[in-house]
Design a protein around this ligand. Structure first.
Ligand SMILES: Nc1ncnc2c1ncn2[C@@H]1O[C@H](COP(=O)(O)OP(=O)(O)O)[C@@H](O)[C@H]1O
Ligand SMILES: [Mg+2]
Length: 481
């Protein structure tokens, strides 16, 4: 018999994922816990154990699929066992088993799976998908062979699906325990087995289990790249809790939880002439029109030093108000504004942006991606500890500070809440116009330098180390399953 070496030695939490039996399994939590690696080898294990079985692994987009699953399976699946067909995106093994590698990026995708049957369906980064897609695919879990069928997913907290995934797996009770849960429709009513099935009339009950992932589960990573943990630790509060601690509760409540008066609010001072100045504007009539004045110190700290927020101003009055509050001695690098300044009012044939330009306040259009913008703003508000070289003491500070005279901004920022439907976004709020304008300004600025930011802390799938070079991880096919 040929000896085939599977280049993988599961760590304890990964073993739980391989061995547990339930209809729906979620391995979720910290980034770098070894979830994707476990999925890949779990798929291989199943394919070998159940000849002629069919599985599918979903990622949200093709580039994600290519970079992670396709690349990794090509690297680690022994070629003696099967072959990858790159036009069909599937692995076919000598024993007849098939693994499809797929992506699901839009609603029309249902059609691709109408007649399909799978023994195991796998979702990678489950919170990136919509619940209705997940539920639809549950109905594709069937087949003629007497094999154990399940949906096995992995994810980090956060993303558009955070709320439904948390409800479906995390809030059902103790982790690492199988729970039997009645299936419900979208309104929460229990579903029953239909006529013609053996259990007709009985409630549909499925077993679910949540296996939490922690970075420390993955000693291989912690030891081979100690800097990884340091990069996660340096992340802003929420992202650190989400990616390092795998915390599912961070998206409840206050959005800018780092906001601290004693750190972010400063008494006004005379801003040196040579500092760069900017204005950021948000459109409004019934909602307030907002203009913010921001100065950037040479050390990169930004100061919101003046605010204007007023309802019921016509465009011409808005320009006048802006100019009235802008001393002639001040020069501005640019004025960044909501794109709605470029919309013509029905009765006018000129845009507000043109009116501003005619009055010597030329505007540039803001980048409006919300989630990115909020994340960027959070990065400016991130509280960091620094050393005072004169006194030798440490102190806390942030890159964005607000003059105590900007009372509306100081009220608005801590009032922002997470949107329950889209947890990484800010929920609509009557005070959100000032944060919106601040967001336009941070989005108009270059991305903060790498050293300051830890956005790249998620392990880069393309830089994974190649197990093939590691003798100690090699063992015979029989010993893994
Ligand atoms: N059992 C293991 N032995 C050695 N290295 C592993 C193991 N499991 C995962 N890794 C490595 O740890 C890193 C993070 O694993 P990954 O599965 O991508 O984590 P996650 O999907 O939880 O973010 C990758 O480089 C991966 O190859
Ligand atoms: Mg992963």
């Amino acid at each position: 018999m040929n000896k085939v070496v599977i280049p993988y030695k599961p760590q304890p939490r990964q073993k739980v994922f391989h061995q547990v039996e339930a209809d729906e399994i979620l391995y979720g939590g910290a980034a770098g816990g070894g979830k994707s690696e476990a999925t890949i080898f779990d798929t291989l294990k199943y394919a070998m154990q159940y000849p002629g079985s069919r599985q599918i692994i979903f990622r949200r987009t093709y580039p994600d699929l290519q970079r992670s699953i396709i690349a990794r399976t090509l690297q680690v699946f022994p070629k003696e066992l099967g072959k990858y067909n790159s036009s069909k995106h599937e692995w076919k093994f000598l024993n007849g088993s098939i693994i499809e590698l797929a992506y699901w990026d839009n609603d029309a995708n249902y059609m691709n799976y109408q007649g399909a049957e799978y023994d195991v369906i796998r979702w990678e980064e489950l919170t990136q998908f919509e619940e209705k897609w997940y539920k639809y695919m549950l109905s594709r879990l069937r087949g003629s062979k007497p094999y154990p069928r399940s949906v096995k997913s992995t994810t980090n907290p956060g993303g558009i699906g955070h709320t439904w995934v948390k409800k479906r797996f995390v809030s059902i009770g103790q982790p690492e325990v199988v729970h039997n849960i009645p299936e419900t429709d979208d309104d929460g009513n229990p579903l029953f087995w239909p006529e013609g099935t053996p259990q007709a009339g009985e409630p549909i009950i499925r077993s679910r289990i949540f296996i939490p992932a922690n970075v420390h589960d993955n000693q291989a990573l912690v030891q081979s790249d100690p800097g990884y943990l340091a990069r996660l630790l340096a992340l802003p509060d929420i992202e650190r809790k989400q990616l390092l601690e795998g915390d599912w509760d961070v998206f409840a409540g206050q959005y800018f939880s780092e906001f601290t008066r004693s750190i972010h609010v400063v008494e006004p001072f005379d801003i040196p002439r040579e500092w760069k100045r900017y204005r950021a504007l948000d459109e409004g009539y019934t909602d307030p029109f907002v203009c913010l004045w921001i100065a950037l110190a040479p050390d990169g700290t930004a100061y919101l030093y003046r605010e204007l927020s007023q309802t019921k101003l016509l465009t011409s009055q808005q320009v006048e108000a802006v100019k009235l509050n802008s001393p002639v001695s001040e020069r501005y690098e640019y004025n960044v504004a909501d794109t709605s300044f470029w919309n013509k009012a029905k009765t006018e044939n000129i845009t507000p942006a043109e009116i501003f330009a005619q009055k010597d306040v030329p505007l540039i259009q803001a980048k409006k991606e919300r989630v990115n913008g909020w994340k960027r703003l959070r990065e400016w508000l991130h509280v960091k500890t620094e050393l005072d070289h004169v006194t030798g003491k440490t102190y806390k500070t942030a890159k964005l500070k607000i003059f105590s005279t900007c009372i509306k901004a100081i009220e608005a920022i801590p009032a922002m809440m997470h949107d329950e439907k889209k947890v990484e976004d800010v929920a609509a709020h009557s005070l959100d116009h000032i944060p919106d304008a601040l967001r336009y300004w941070v989005m108009s600025q270059p991305t903060p330098a790498k050293g300051d930011s830890a956005w790249s802390a998620t392990p880069d799938e393309s830089t994974r180390k190649n197990f093939d070079d590691e003798d100690e991880n090699e063992f015979e096919i029989e010993s893994f399953w």
